[in-house]
Design a protein around this ligand. Sequence first.
Ligand code: NOJ
Length: 551
Amino acid sequence: MTQHVTAALPADAPSDDSARREWWRDAVIYQIYPRSFADGDGDGMGDLPGATARLPHLKRLGVDAVWLSPFYASPQADAGYDVADYRAVDPVFGTLPDADDLVRKAHALGLRVIVDVVPNHCSDQHEWFKRALREGKGSALRGRFHFRPGKGEDGELPPNDWESVFGGPAWTRVPDGEWYLHLFAPEQPDFNWEHPAVHDEFRSILRFWLDLGIDGFRIDVAHGLVKAAGLPDIGHGEQVKLLGKQAVPYFDQDGVHEIYRSWRRILDEYPGERIAVAEAWTPTVERSARYLRGDELHQAFNFEYLTTGWDAAELRAVIDRSLDAMNAVRAPATWVLSNHDVVRHSTRLADGDAARGLRRAKAATLLMLALPGSAYIYQGEELGLPEVTDLPDEVRQDPAFFRSTGQDGRRDGCRVPLPWSGRRAPFGFGPAEGGPSWLPQPADWQELTVEAQDGDPTSALEFYRGALAVRRAHPALGAGRDVEWLDSPKGVLSFRRTTPRGSVVCTVNIGSAPVTIPTPGTGTVLLSSAETAPGADTTILPADSTVWWAA
Ligand code: NOJ
């Protein structure tokens, strides 16, 4: 009858073993967005010491690893995705010893640490780019970027028609008349990956962080490094957005794979299964799977899943497509619903009704966590945080917001600092009540703090803790290759996952009305996202709900 039943776990459930083989095949990886996670020094910006102090929250939550978005030295033109020094921590986030401390404390808790690497572009304040500007046309340093003369009589037109993902042309002219390529903001010049020095530099950067003890990399814009020869025109506007799937000459070129083969060799030199996950937006999941061939990377984000609506047929189709594509290269499927670039799923699925949004978010989360493979959780989703949709324009910092077209520029709403405790902003995000936070938090987040939800069996937090505990303990959940679809009424997804040591049935009612189904499995509810009363023969599945059944 209750929402969070954790009965009938098999007795031989695996123990917490962070050293197990191929940990990444079923890992639950929690994304820390450092500037918004926890502020240790009270300057209003999250930092590494703040994050380290909050690691016990993640241990208790039950995740396997954390992925930290960039904390490197950066002018913060794109919230740290504009890196000025790949081997230094930005003072806003702390110091290198702070990074070391975070890694050591995470490891002591049995949590692995993945860090972002940003190889497509750097900051215009990176030493190489500053020198390229200074040393002028034809200089060796310009060869490490894409500098070109312009078109038109006086070179006053960009070298080609490529658009920045953030809007406007992908080229900016420098005072001596040449143009440089930036697929993102003008402050983010693209590296030229035809140049051997770029390859050497990144191999060295990977080693730097691997030597420090990190467990893997999330590769930013992994599909963008190699551009089509000759930088050909596309011939039309409206080219690409973040998470776009169009085939364009600056993304998903075959040449990128050789780079990842060389990176894999480096990862494999290190003990302890260091991994890499690609942020690669490709036209199809099959194209994404190419990044995961045996000698390339370990995982890729499944953006096709993230962008699928709350629709039974579409979800089933994307699940099948993803598993087929990943099985073909023996890679784990991954599942993700939210990150720092998209509207939080509790709001995305809400259709304007916050309560419905939370209901669907919990149901979607249980579905995601029942699927074979690895899952990503974005900080704050375990608190049921909604997107903040009413931020005043003057506090917004997303660079895309300030440009007229391209990516919608509304990414600040999912980046609002987390509420931890207390009844006054910044709700424990920083050390002092009434202290600053780089984006304002809604006043009603006092109800959503970790402190407020801790121990409340109806809270989103306890729901996530329960789900991750059952997933970890049940042999039929986590790693795997297939789901067995079961007959179900329209609008309901039902599948079984079977191992010799136990089976689980997952039922999801995607519809907005309750549906009666034959009671699945043994009739024992392992976990459900809404109140469910299993009958001996039939059970009513509430609207927008997921149930895990022992089978
Ligand atoms: C993808 C990152 O997730 C996003 O936040 C960033 O703006 C772009 N890459 C450019 O680095």
